[in-house]
Design a protein around this ligand. Structure first.
Ligand code: GLU
Length: 548
């Protein structure tokens, strides 16, 4: 009996060879230097900001070189799969317009691209073919270590401060005879398949990571599992090797947590003689927590999840910009010089990424977002809030649908000018800044006229409505009328004059306008009052003032 018999026993149905697959995945016909990137999430949780950063880099690298950006669903860990995670990934890619060129959406029965299947659980036959090849070559073997034995090995290694893993004398089954292996399998013993590592831990090799530069690692000598016993699915290490090879990924963008796996991946590619893609290991995303800077945490920080930004209603542009600024420190300067260019035009450089961590700052996001929203048209703001409210605030959605033009007029206050007012940070915030304009929300109001004399307030408001309010006034006419109103009640129209002679007056024009402001909005700070009065319109203005 030989290795082929063992391989046939383990994979009786696998008749194809690696060469067959090489033919099915012919060389991609792309422009010279075009890059092929992939987003390869495991659907074991909801998409977080670190994933998003990887996608942006994948996208920029592919698009700026007229290459391919594809999506691969790495669903080989069935026990950790989270329902809805795959759909959510698609939703985010669609929302941010980062659509992959190749993908497979099983629930929609939709596939694009010639290098699939793009879902790992549909590629089992392919992985098995590659593993079978290794078995025949004697480069992999079935390992019969039980969970208890492995736990025992791990504990003893930890106790003796040795490296953890199945290597050297711990790799008990690496030299088992074919006959014995076959006998055990026939008896129904459980096994995983491990790579028979040819590495030597005392030898070093150099590896060039595009983000972190040249690094030196000891060779891998651990007999890494490549196929799990439970469901015969490959491990991540093995599946990524096969897929990135066949799908011809040129650049792998992934989290820094994978750096420690480089020796294994280097060895796997070498074992098959495949060209390794280039790797860009991206920094951890950090945040300020008081004085400290720490890693952003999915558990502790709501902003670590992509859903946070959607719930808050940040425009997608603001999120992309904020994340781009932490990807490369020269992004902001580039943006200043290219205010209207798509972010994909940015000359991204992996070398300009910080290896120590990328600090994500919510205040900065707010600023970017405010600035962005301030430059939108009233129609765009309306569309933004409307779409957000449709999902998150039904009451607001109904109001916005009913008062479309009215709402746009509100959003237009102090908008069409050189330095537009930066009122709104995100769509969810707009209600809290405009609620008083809608009678539906302007109910059961507790007015606070501060220390104004309430009799004065009543008289002034009444006189304003009866003698000085005219719905068709221009801003200038309106203000002249306010001044007349001031004169009538002995309020100074000139602030400087008032400050110098306070005893002569009951107050100033600021107080008078504030009384009107509070009566109409219940607030003592609002955008331009003239605009508010104009937009509220005669009926509301009179009703609200009569209410006082
Ligand atoms: N499936 C891996 C993960 O979600 C992907 C790592 C990679 O991009 O290769 O962490």
């Amino acid at each position: 009996m030989n290795k082929k018999d063992l391989a046939d026993l383990i994979f009786p149905d696998i008749t194809k060879t690696i060469e067959d697959y090489e033919k099915e995945y012919p060389e991609r016909k792309l422009k010279e230097n075009a890059k092929v990137t992939r987003f390869a999430p495991s659907p074991t949780g909801f998409m977080h900001i670190g994933n998003f950063m990887a996608v942006l880099i994948d996208y920029v690298v592919a698009k700026s070189s007229e290459g391919i950006f594809y999506l691969r669903n790495e669903d080989t860990d069935k026990s950790r799969e989270v329902k809805g995670a795959v759909e959510y990934i698609r939703h985010i890619l669609e929302t941010y317009n980062l659509n992959p060129d190749e993908y497979e959406y099983r629930d929609l029965n939709e596939t694009k691209g010639d290098y699939g299947p793009y879902i790992q659980s549909e590629r089992i036959e392919i992985y098995h073919t590659f593993i079978k090849h290794l078995l025949i070559e004697g480069k992999a073997y079935p390992c019969f270590l039980t969970q208890e034995e492995m736990d025992f090995i791990r504990e003893s290694q930890a106790r003796d401060k040795r490296r953890i893993g199945i290597y050297g004398r711990y790799a008990k089954y690496r030299n088992l005879s074919v006959e014995e292996a076959i006998e055990r399998i026939k008896k129904g013993e459980k096994y995983t398949i491990r790579l028979k590592s040819p590495g030597d831990f005392n030898r070093k090799f150099k590896f060039n990571d595009l983000a972190n530069g040249e690094m030196e690692f000891p060779e891998n000598d651990i007999d890494t599992p490549i196929m799990k016993s439970k469901d015969r699915l490959p491990t991540y290490h093995f599946a990524h090797l096969v897929d990135d090879h066949l799908m011809q990924t040129t650049h792998v963008v992934r989290g820094q947590e994978w750096i420690s796996s480089i020796p294994i991946h280097y060895e796997l590619f070498k074992t098959f003689g495949f060209k390794m893609p280039k790797y860009i290991h991206i920094p951890l995303i950090q945040k300020k927590d008081g004085e400290k800077v720490r890693k952003i945490s999915k558990r502790l920080d709501p902003e670590a999840r992509m859903s946070y930004y959607e719930e808050k209603g940040y425009p997608t542009y603001a999120i992309i910009e904020s994340v781009m600024t932490i990807i490369n420190s020269n992004y902001e300067a580039w943006r200043e010089g290219h205010p209207n260019s798509p972010f994909t035009d940015f000359p991204f450089s992996p070398k300009k990424m910080s290896s120590s961590g990328a600090l994500f700052d919510l205040d900065k996001l707010d600023n970017i977002s405010k600035n962005y929203i301030s430059h939108l048209t009233k129609e765009e703001v309306y569309e933004g809030v409307l779409k957000w409210s449709q999902k998150y605030d039904e009451g607001l959605y109904n109001i916005l649908t009913k008062y479309k033009d009215y709402s746009m007029d509100i959003y237009n206050i102090e908008r069409c000018q050189k330095k537009p007012r930066k009122d709104y940070t995100n769509w969810s915030e707009i209600k809290s800044k405009t609620w008083y304009m809608y009678d539906e929300y302007f109910k059961n109001i507790k007015y606070d006229f501060k220390d104004y004399n309430i009799d004065d307030v009543r008289k002034i408001l009444k006189t304003y409505i009866n003698n000085y309010y005219n719905e068709f006034d221009t801003e200038e006419q309106w203000f002249n009328n306010i001044k007349l109103l001031c004169n009538e009640f002995n309020y100074a129209t000139n602030i400087k004059e008032y400050k110098e002679n306070k005893e002569k007056y009951s107050g100033s024009v600021i107080d008078v306008t504030n009384m009107i402001r509070i009566a109409l909005t219940s607030l003592d700070m609002t955008p331009n009052l003239y605009n508010i009065i104009k937009i509220l319109g005669k009926e509301r203005v009179i009703k609200r003032i009569e209410n006082i």
